[in-house]
Design a protein around this ligand. Structure first.
Ligand code: CP3
Length: 358
């Protein structure tokens, strides 16, 4: 039996358009904060498969989304490559010893060694598979990783940045070193995602949240081509697993998008009609409500209706155009999901018939 979310990723006709939200497991849910507090810290939570499973499931039960995304973080990979990672409350991630030169890069563990150390992630996926199978409610499990560029910005800057000075100094003064960092991260990410699929992930997404920091003429060279290397590897080794790529805010690149993957995540700053015109023949589109519309239910409804008018339930997955923010009222997140279901399900009240037919 194939899941509706997976069929939708593959561009098959489905009885309704599935919906999920990027960063759907997180601080807007008091239930999440409770489990994180019990874990002691965010990283402890990532390292504890039982608790990570619990918070992955929360948005399914509380908000009613159609897919689960593994609870983890894009930075556990460089952490297991050997970079010491801390999360400071209210400030975000910190690597104490960012990569400055070739010698720093040489100290990091490569491909299979780093991927092997992420066993707690695979354990979380295995626990989730058992739980989701028990429920029999057609929920797909999405695994993920960061795009090599986005992950490398943290490895080089040591933290979040507004200006990307250090990465860009390297991009223009020592591009060879930047390419080596990107390649090492790419090789580890291939195996990491492959292991997630072997453990039970039904689909995988690459987050390129900081794509727009790269000038348009350099985007392919420093980011997209590495994402495509990973997509090619997954395609070859797991041909049935859908691949979702989310490069945030690169509208100029959209007409030039290429590669063998399934779903293109459209960010909120990109017009859906424009994305559809250029991409919809080749890729399923995911997105793209501006996450801040979630502050207001009427604005949410308007936007969902507009997206539905453009996509018409064809080759589309509903989502936000970036992650949900911690101060969004839960009722408004539920409203978003219900509105996506209302506009796309029509009078198809349950999906039992569809599931039987597949
Ligand atoms: O989507 C989900 O529900 C699954 C979990 C998930 C997290 N991070 C949990 C998290 C996912 C998919 C991510 C991806 C991630 N992590 C990205 C790409 C997606 C995006 O939103 O752009 C990035 C850039 C990171 C790196 C990261 N992790 C930052 C910059 C921060 C601090 C900023 C923030 O949002 O607080 C984190 C911490 C983090 N990752 C939290 C959560 C729930 C908050 C930590 C906490 O509980 O205090």
């Amino acid at each position: 039996m194939s899941k509706i979310f997976i069929d939708a990723c593959k561009g098959k006709q489905t009885p309704y358009t599935p919906v999920w939200m990027m960063r759907q497991a997180g601080r807007y849910l008091p239930e999440y904060k409770e489990v994180r507090q019990k874990a002691g810290s965010f990283l402890n939570l990532c390292h504890d498969p039982q608790k990570a499973k619990e918070v992955t499931i929360q948005p399914l039960d509380i908000v009613g989304v159609d897919a689960a995304i593994l609870f983890s973080d894009i930075l556990v990979l460089p952490n297991e490559m050997g970079m010491k990672l801390r999360f400071i409350e209210g400030e975000g991630p910190i690597f104490d010893d960012p990569i400055k030169d070739e010698a720093d890069l040489q100290t990091l563990l490569g491909d299979d060694k780093a991927a092997d150390k992420l066993s707690y992630v695979y354990e979380t996926i295995k626990l989730l598979k058992i739980e989701l199978d028990k429920r029999d409610d057609d929920i797909a499990l999405i695994g993920f990783a960061g795009a090599p560029w986005t992950v490398s910005t943290y490895m080089i800057e040591g933290q979040g940045t507004k200006t990307y000075n250090l990465c860009k100094k390297m991009m223009y003064s020592n591009p060879k070193l930047l390419h080596k960092i990107l390649q090492k991260t790419t090789d580890a990410t291939k195996l990491y995602l492959s292991n997630q699929i072997k453990a039970g992930a039904d689909a995988v997404q690459l987050f390129d949240s900081w794509a727009s920091a790269i000038e348009p003429s350099k985007y392919d060279e420093f980011s997209w081509s590495y994402m495509i290397q990973i997509a090619d590897y997954i395609r070859e080794n797991h041909p049935d697993t859908p691949i979702i790529l989310f490069p945030k805010a690169v509208p100029q690149f959209i007409p030039k998008v290429y590669g063998n993957f399934d779903v293109f995540g459209v960010d909120w700053a990109t017009n859906m009609t424009y994305a559809k015109k250029h991409l919809s023949d080749k890729y399923v589109l995911q997105g793209n409500m501006e996450p801040c519309r979630l502050y207001n239910q009427k604005q949410t409804t308007k936007c969902v209706e507009k997206i539905q008018k453009v996509m018409q339930g064809h080759r589309h997955i509903f989502n936000l155009g970036h992650g949900i923010l911690p101060d969004i009222p839960i009722a408004n997140a539920i409203h978003f999901v219900k509105e996506c279901q209302r506009v796309s399900r029509g009078d198809l009240k349950d999906n039992k018939k569809y599931l039987k037919g597949n």
